[in-house]
Each structure stands twice: as C-alpha cells, then as structure tokens.
Design a protein around this ligand. Structure first.
Ligand code: ZN
Ligand code: ZN
Length: 138
C-alpha cells in the first residue's frame, strides 16, 4: 500500500486524504476552471469517492459546466482555497485540485482538456496530449 494522498486548504481548516492512487491527472483550461483558479487553468487528480475522507466542512458551489454537466466545486469558506470538485456525469469520482496537495510532486499531468479555451499566455505545450474539449468517450 502506498502512502495516502493528503491535502488541505490554505488556512488548514479543511484537510482530506485519499487511500487510492489517482485514476487520471490533467490540466483543464475551461472558463470555470480559469475563473476559480486565479490563473490560466486548474489541475486535477481524479480519485474514487470511496477512498476519500475529509475533515472540516467545505462549501460547495454548483454550476452547469461547458460540457453541460453539473459540476460542484468545493472550497474553504474561511480562506477561499479550491479543494476538489465533483461532476454529475462522472459519479463516484472526486477531482482533487493539485494546488491543494500537501506534496505537490504527487501530481503527474497526463493531458490538457478544454485546450480550445486556453489563454494565449497559457497554451498547452507539446509534451502532453491536448484535447479541444474532453477526450473522446468522456
Ligand atoms: Zn481554509
Ligand atoms: Zn475545467
């Protein structure tokens, strides 16, 4: 068993842990990710919900995403840090924000999604696959 993945918000009021390895990791350039990130994209690690435990009570903000699916973004109500999101189209998965990891190096990006929305100053490089929207079949 590898070490659990742990993370927290900026003020530390909310902490989480996932016992499972990430199922996928990537950067998202959609507008909602940009607006909630403070930069040109946000970076996520998908883990199974069953592996996930949390201490503290994050606030959730639910909104219809570019994909048309309902996405709920969870954040700390005290410090405003983005923590993770869920997507109605992918039940049972939690999308942890790489920015909230205790160990940032756990994040190993595999792809860019919503690359068509990327800012001119934050374009995907050539090192990873980049999908205009989501990869086919997702
Ligand atoms: Zn906080
Ligand atoms: Zn996004």
């Amino acid at each position: 068993m590898t070490k659990p993945i742990t993370g927290r918000c900026l003020c530390g009021a909310i902490q989480y842990s996932s016992a499972a390895e990430p199922m996928m990791m990537g950067h998202c350039h959609c507008e909602d990710c940009r607006r909630s990130s403070g930069s040109g994209h946000s970076s996520h690690l998908a883990v199974p919900e069953g592996s996930f435990t949390i201490t503290g009570a994050p606030k959730g903000y639910k909104r219809s995403a570019d994909s048309g699916h309902m996405v709920t973004r969870f954040f700390c109500g005290a410090c405003g840090s983005a923590l993770y999101s869920t997507n109605d189209a992918m039940p049972g998965m939690m999308f942890l924000r790489a920015s909230s990891l205790d160990d940032l190096e756990i994040f190993k990006p595999q792809m860019h999604v919503y690359a068509a929305r990327a800012a001119s100053w934050d374009r995907p490089g050539q090192d990873l696959p980049a999908f205009e929207t989501m990869p086919p079949g997702m």
